[in-house]
Design a protein. Structure first.
Length: 201
């Protein structure tokens, strides 16, 4: 039976949205979100392809912690005025408005977060929604699609840079840990796995 290439039905009514959070550490209960990257995907001639990207720099929320070791990895300076950072609640509201518009356009009833090591991003999103008392998130509250797991099955590796290399996706390690860049690479990886799957079922 061929797999449908209609976004409204391909993922059971969910709209996959590829997301990456750059943070000030690994603990979603105390470490700040510093940057959000997001990439939409859609079908073009029966192939899933990455589409429009979206990025926002985020002010650390009041009372949050930042591990200096994380800043060394990401290269983010939270105090840099040229980052154009805005408060966390505003970023989430803009993000959710953007996702809801994409859901309506695709005929989907809910979004599902796609990310590399998605449990990490899902936990940060969940805590940010609770912290900012946002009543409704367009994302499914506990389901997600993890490109690290998909890459382990499809390409035998879970590290994003190596999985991309094996999938013949260009990866510039000097640009890694930028939220939008990582989201773009994860989106390409996700699309590659979905498209390969469609050719064998």
């Amino acid at each position: 039976m061929p797999v449908t290439a209609d976004m409204a039905t391909r993922f059971r009514g969910y709209l996959p949205v590829v997301v990456d959070f750059e943070t000030g550490g690994f603990d979603p209960q105390k470490h700040a979100i510093l940057e959000v990257g997001m990439v939409h995907v859609g079908f073009t001639e029966n192939r899933l392809t990455p589409g429009r990207g979206w990025r926002k720099a985020v002010h650390p929320y009041a009372g949050s912690s930042i591990d200096p070791a994380s800043l060394k990895v990401t290269g983010i300076d939270p105090e840099d005025p040229d980052r154009g950072a805005v408060d966390e609640k505003t970023v989430l509201q803009e993000m959710f408005t953007d996702v809801r518009g994409a859901m309506k356009e695709a005929g989907c009833q809910r979004a599902i977060l796609v990310a590399h090591n998605a449990a990490f991003d899902q936990q940060f999103l969940t805590m940010a929604v609770l912290r900012n008392e946002l009543k409704r998130s367009p994302f499914h509250p506990f389901s997600f699609i993890d490109t690290a797991s998909l890459a382990a099955v499809a390409f035998g590796h879970t590290v994003l840079s190596e999985a991309c290399r094996r999938a013949h996706i260009e990866f510039d390690s000097t640009r890694a840990h930028s939220a939008l860049y990582d989201a773009e690479r994860a989106a390409e990886l996700f699309c590659e796995v979905v498209n390969r799957w469609q050719t064998i079922v």
